[in-house]
Write a protein of this length. Structure first.
Length: 177
């Protein structure tokens, strides 16, 4: 497995809509494994393909350790995820993003969602997500649709966060050269 380089905002690929995966094959499974390795290496709980520069409709998540520090890893890989139902009840979580380092904001989303997706074997699956899993899957599906968590907050907060992210991106680029 390989740790992939993260795309840092602002970057145009983060605002593009991802394309559906035709088939989940060994190439897609290897990419899902690399995404998981990248997510774990970055201490994240979710990662969408466009966050590593790929516009396929793929995401990975693992919220188990977020909910319980002693929990074993419980990775989830999804191709072509789609929300099929959202609750009217809302929850607010403080969200962050690997593509917007060290920046957080309270985001209001549906408390529960139902999601259909293709698993690692290409089989259609359905999940009824609640709690942090519901928040995470909505956040990652937003990425696949070119939407960042900052698009759900006020323009002022978004502007402040994106300016900070831009400075971090420039500093990292200077360090790499």
């Amino acid at each position: 497995m390989t740790v992939l380089p993260l795309v840092i905002a602002p970057d145009p690929i983060l605002k593009k809509k991802s394309k559906a995966v035709d088939v989940v094959d060994d190439v897609v499974r290897a990419f899902m494994d690399d995404m998981l390795e990248t997510m774990y290496d970055s201490e994240g709980i979710g990662l969408a393909a466009n966050q590593v520069g790929d516009l396929r409709r793929i995401l990975v998540m693992d919220v188990a350790q977020r909910e319980d520090d002693s929990a074993a890893k419980e990775p989830i890989a999804m191709a072509n995820p789609a929300i099929t139902w959202s609750s009217e009840e809302l929850n607010v979580y403080q969200e962050g993003c690997l593509s917007i380092p060290d920046q957080y904001a309270d985001v209001e989303r549906p408390a529960e969602v139902k999601v259909t997706y293709l698993d690692r074997d290409g089989k259609e699956q359905h999940v009824h997500a609640t709690g942090i899993l519901a928040t995470c899957v909505q956040h990652e599906i937003d990425h696949l649709n070119g939407v960042l968590f900052t698009d759900h907050i006020s323009a002022l907060k978004r502007s402040i966060i994106m300016k900070k992210s831009s400075k971090i991106k420039k500093a990292r680029a200077a360090d790499d050269s």
